[in-house]
Design a protein around this ligand. Structure first.
Ligand SMILES: Nc1ncnc2c1ncn2[C@@H]1O[C@H](COP(=O)(O)OP(=O)(O)O)[C@@H](O)[C@H]1O
Ligand SMILES: [Mg+2]
Length: 395
């Protein structure tokens, strides 16, 4: 469905040369500095494959998707797509800001080669999925970024392109919408569509993709089963990975912000102690704030939920300015595998003040907890249980 051969993209960087640089060495100053955002990348994607694309910031993930989506042309090599592609590359891609939601749905459908009748048939489902019914006749430029992403995803997912290219845009949506979108992508793949999906959320990649591609400094560093490529990315020692992008994406005007999250130790296994430290800064005095930490497994099931109030009965009178709160877990009761950690700050009877969904990925090392030589991975259930067997024959 997709064939990528020796694909490379070189960008010019740096602005105009300074006068001083020109006087000192005119030739060097006029030569633009360039960087290879992507180089020597080759792979083939079969119909119906969902491929996760992972790598650190600046690794070349978005460049790869832009080249596949024909947003930009390669410097060398080529990418051949055997099907209609829909690309969801950044917030607002494919939308005309002055047109209404309704008009944009029709415009996008037409671009994807659908007839008016076909779009009409799917229109209700698209609007319902995106949850923007009240605003469907409002120009898209008035939409929040979350609404734009929800509508763009709904259009791309319902208009049935043969190839879906999805960059990290879904991170803008809330946890419920992300989960719904993952489900929709799974359905699309089962219906034979091909998907390339960039995400920092390793549990989403593990949940959805059988295969993953790891980019490092523009090069293809690994291509294979999702679990082993994720393992290669997170490294053998670094089993706790904080997604700084999620921390950075908090609204600036919130009454409280999470300035940093630290999880220790960096390598954690079943039954180990764990500390989650949340550094906060409250712009105004906050009475009775609540802190919530949850863990999800790769199927999206919330397996642990801990909160100061009401769950632990740990009452915080008030906080003001900066500080940190620690959550100590004596013994992590989860079998080996990938889990994601989310956290939130709430106020009683008000709502969530700030939520960092999937801010960290934990790769919990499997342990031989039962002393049988069997490592307890997720396939042995989620919860290890201290237990004994005894046999009592009656004859
Ligand atoms: N339009 C551009 N001009 C110059 N450099 C760019 C441009 N787009 C991306 N880059 C550079 O190319 C590299 C790869 O970027 P990108 O594909 O956005 O990475 P990722 O999506 O993995 O974070 C980075 O070093 C980035 O700074
Ligand atoms: Mg990117």
């Amino acid at each position: 469905m997709i064939r990528v051969e020796g694909l490379g993209k070189r960008y010019r960087i740096g602005g105009e040369p300074t006068l001083r640089a020109l006087l000192r060495s005119p030739r060097a100053a006029l030569q633009h500095e360039t960087i290879w955002a992507l180089r020597d990348v080759s792979f083939i994607v079969q119909p119906g494959e969902i491929v996760g694309v992972i790598g650190r910031n600046g690794a070349g993930k978005s460049t790869l998707l832009r080249l596949l989506g024909r947003i930009t042309a390669p410097t060398e090599g080529r990418a051949v797509l055997h099907g209609r592609a829909a690309a969801l590359l950044e917030v607002g891609t494919g939308f005309h800001p002055d047109l209404t939601g309704r008009e944009n749905v029709y415009l996008n459908g037409a671009i994807l080669g659908m007839s008016r009748r076909e779009i009409e048939r799917k229109f209700e489902a698209i609007v319902a999925f995106a949850g923007v019914a009240r605003f469907i006749d409002t120009p898209v430029k008035r939409y929040s970024s979350g609404m734009q992403v929800r509508l763009a995803f709904a259009v791309a997912a319902h208009l049935e392109p043969e190839i879906l290219l999805i960059d990290e845009v879904l991170a803008v949506g809330d946890a419920a919408f992300q989960q719904k979108s993952l489900g929709r992508m799974g359905e699309a793949a089962r219906a034979g569509r091909t998907i390339l999906f960039v995400s920092h959320d390793m549990s989403a990649i593990a949940q959805l993709c059988s295969r993953a591609i790891l980019l490092e400094g523009g090069h293809l560093a690994a291509d294979g089963p999702a679990d082993s490529v994720i393992g290669a990315y997170l490294g053998q020692t670094e089993s706790v990975h904080i997604d700084e992008g999620v921390v950075a994406a908090q609204p600036q005007d919130a009454p409280i912000r999470i300035e940093a999250v630290a999880i220790t130790p960096e390598a954690v296994g079943t039954g180990d102690p764990l500390t989650v430290r949340i550094h906060y800064r409250a712009a105004e005095p906050l009475a009775a704030p609540g802190f919530v930490v949850t863990l999800h497994d790769t199927l999206g099931v919330e397996v642990v939920r801990l909160s100061t109030l009401p769950i632990s009965g740990f009452h915080i009178e008030r906080i003001e300015g900066a500080g940190h709160i620690d959550l100590h877990i004596d013994s992590l009761p989860l079998t080996g595998g990938l889990y994601t950690l989310s956290l939130a700050v709430t106020r009683p009877r008000v709502d969530t003040l700030v939520a960092l969904d999937r801010v960290a990925t934990l790769r919990i090392a499997a342990r031989d907890l039962y002393g049988s030589g069997v490592l307890l991975t997720r396939s042995r259930g989620v919860v290890p249980v201290a237990h004994r067997w005894s046999l009592h024959p009656s004859d």
